[in-house]
Design a protein around this ligand. Structure first.
Ligand code: G6P
Length: 604
């Protein structure tokens, strides 16, 4: 991850690469690099942090005349954001940039190391270039070697690769991660991960499909499909609106991020969801030695993920779990015992309250773990161990895909701990993993679903309040649904355990009290249903979300038929996110930057 550019032509290659990377900044990154092949010689520069650092490093580097170049902005997933880990990665005569995750990198790396290859970085990407050179030695034909390489690697990728012996050829491949080729009337060829770097440079683009690969020379674009059959390159005119291009056609970043959930959850699972076990390369299982309790601490949406985790941990890992709102934990003189694993959850890794609790836990000598989306963030640097959620940058202030990946990590972590504690059989774990693999398809937003919610939203723009209700793990989801709605619609919304409504809140029930009822078929359905009936009997307006039709509801959103309550959880998560989005849009609010809120709260 996270952004790629490439160029073949006679203009100033360095400038084209750097300005292309600048246009990809919106995708988030923690380091960047370029490589230029000119007259058979590679020049490469990398820098950690903002692009200005790379610009400074390359200020005396000039490219005139024909050259080919590749560039990359990196959002760390395997290995820290260091210069060594920044792309491009080099072998002896070739270099590569890559977005995505190579699932079988550890296996390939071991084999290559046995053959005597030395690795310089901790990345999964570096295996691509070494594997290519190994194949190149065996075949003596670079394209054949490249074709074999993409068969050898499994996972998600957009790849650009250049090799010295072919100084007019850029090899490319796409599987799961976006990659475009742009052209113009002066016969230049551009590559990028999205439209934005190509705007102003290219007139037409082709959006590569999964499985596509090939090579580009100054005079040719050779494109092959996943079966190796050569295919025609179909170009379409490139839109010239940059902001729209950054949002990839969506109205708001939040909407784009809701739609991205399927892909980022796949990234989160990649290399971790094994056949019948969960693998976290980044964890040493001794972290859990002597642990009798897990304490989870976070703020906002991350707190709701923590609360969800507490249900999974106790149910599957059979470990006592408690949760804390970070701002409360800080000042209540908590008792901290060394048999407790202290886990903080944070999208940004910078939230002041959460960071402070991590410092407290460290000072008390507890083992610590952070679940985070940003490598090298303060929390990742401080905690004993970290698991990255791999959601990519989240721009919408209202968190969506970060939450989805946090839940995915927690579900996996509950299985990982269950294995250590022997609390689930191998069959049970394998069946969970099977279900986990279905999550990406269950969070895909269908046109019908989005349309339905768009239409429904017009009935929920007023009223004196919303209650999102659910039981068990659907209670934290209800809290999250309510938080989403209040954050961006400014309407009053509360999340409540469905069974608790009768102990007070039901007094509010009337037709302008809107109840959003989460009714999973596979978890306490009858119990939750009777709680909703109590509200319906008091004339509250009910919007039920379920796979079972519910005749006491005023509105009903049907999720797809599935066999596990966690799949229902993920589907309902998308429904409540879309509902908030559509209500907010109808109310004319700034969806991505709601009033009074900040993406990352680094002050107390
Ligand atoms: C802020 C954001 C929330 C977020 C919370 C915790 O309040 O507006 O969306 O959930 O911080 O952020 P973190 O980065 O620690 O997950």
């Amino acid at each position: 991850m996270c952004g790629i550019v490439g160029y073949i032509g006679t203009k100033n290659t360095k400038e084209i690469l750097l300005s292309g990377l600048k246009e990809l900044e919106y995708r988030g990154y923690d380091s960047a690099g370029i490589a230029v092949l000119q007259n058979g010689i590679f020049s490469s520069y990398k820098a950690v942090g903002k692009l200005i650092n790379l610009e400074m490093k390359t200020k005396d580097f000039k490219t005139e005349g024909f050259a080919l170049g590749i560039g990359h902005t990196r959002w760390a997933t395997h290995g820290k954001p260091t210069e060594l880990n920044a792309h491009p990665h080099f072998g002896e005569n070739s270099c590569v940039v890559h977005n995505g995750i190579i699932e079988n990198y550890a296996e390939l790396k071991r084999e290559l190391q046995t053959d005597g290859v030395t690795f310089l970085s901790q990345t999964d990407t570096e295996v691509i270039v070494h594997q290519f050179e190994k194949n190149q030695k065996e075949s003596n034909n670079s394209f054949e070697a490249f074709t074999k390489t993409i068969k050898d690697i499994h996972g998600a990728y957009a790849i650009l690769l250049a090799t010295k012996g072919e100084s007019e050829t850029l090899f490319f491949a796409k599987q799961g991660s976006p990659l475009l080729i742009g052209i113009n009337d002066v016969n230049e060829k551009y590559f990028a991960s999205s439209d934005t770097p190509l705007i102003g440079q290219c007139s037409d683009v082709t959006y590569l499909e999964d499985g596509d690969y090939g090579y580009v020379t100054p005079t040719k674009i050779a494109l092959f499909d996943k079966n190796g059959a050569e295919k025609e390159t179909k170009f379409v005119a490139l839109s010239q609106n940059k902001l729209l291009a950054q949002k990839e056609g969506y109205r708001f970043f939040m909407e784009k991020e809701i739609y991205e959930q399927s892909r980022v959850i796949s990234d989160t699972l990649m290399g971790r969801a094994g056949k019948d076990e969960i693998l976290f390369d980044e964890l040493d299982s001794s972290l859990f030695d002597g642990i009798n309790e897990i304490k989870l601490c976070a703020c906002g949406t991350s707190y709701h993920a923590a609360m969800s985790a507490s249900y999974l941990f106790e149910r599957y890992a059979k470990v006592k779990t408690s949760i804390e709102v970070a701002s409360e934990f800080r000042y209540r003189k908590p008792i901290m015992t060394k048999d407790t694993l202290f886990v903080v959850i944070s999208q940004s890794g910078e939230t002041a309250d959460t960071l402070e609790t991590l410092k407290m836990a460290k000072a008390a000598g507890l083992k610590t773990l952070v679940i985070c989306n940003v490598d090298n963030s303060s929390m990742v640097r401080l905690a004993d161990a970290s698991i990255l959620t791999r959601a990519g940058i989240e721009k919408g202030v209202a968190s969506t895909k970060a939450f989805a990946t946090q839940i995915t990590v927690f579900w996996m972590l509950s299985l990982y701990i269950a294995k250590l504690r022997g609390s689930l059989s191998q069959e049970e774990t394998a069946s969970h993993i099977d279900t986990l693999r279905k999550v990406p398809s269950h969070v895909k937003v269908s046109d019908e679903m989005h349309e339905r919610i768009k239409r429904l939203s017009k009935r929920y723009l007023h009223g004196h309040g919303f209650f999102f209700i659910g039981r068990d793990i659907f209670y934290p989801l209800a809290l999250e649904g309510a938080l989403k709605l209040k954050e961006i619609s400014y309407l009053h919304a509360e999340g409540y355990p469905a069974g608790e409504m009768k102990h007070g809140p039901i007094a509010l029930a009337d037709p302008t009290l809107f109840t959003i009822a989460l009714l999973p078929k596979h978890l306490l359905y009858e119990k939750a249903k009777s709680n909703v009936e109590e509200l319906s009997a008091r004339d509250s307006t009910i919007c039920a979300i379920s796979q079972i039709p519910f005749d006491k509801a005023d509105d009903f959103v049907e999720i797809s038929a599935c066999e596990h309550y966690m799949l229902e959880f993920f589907e309902m998560m998308v429904v409540v996110q879309l509902l908030s989005l559509e209500i907010s849009i109808r109310l004319g609010n700034d969806v991505d930057m709601p009033r009074n809120l900040a993406k990352s709260v680094t002050v107390e």
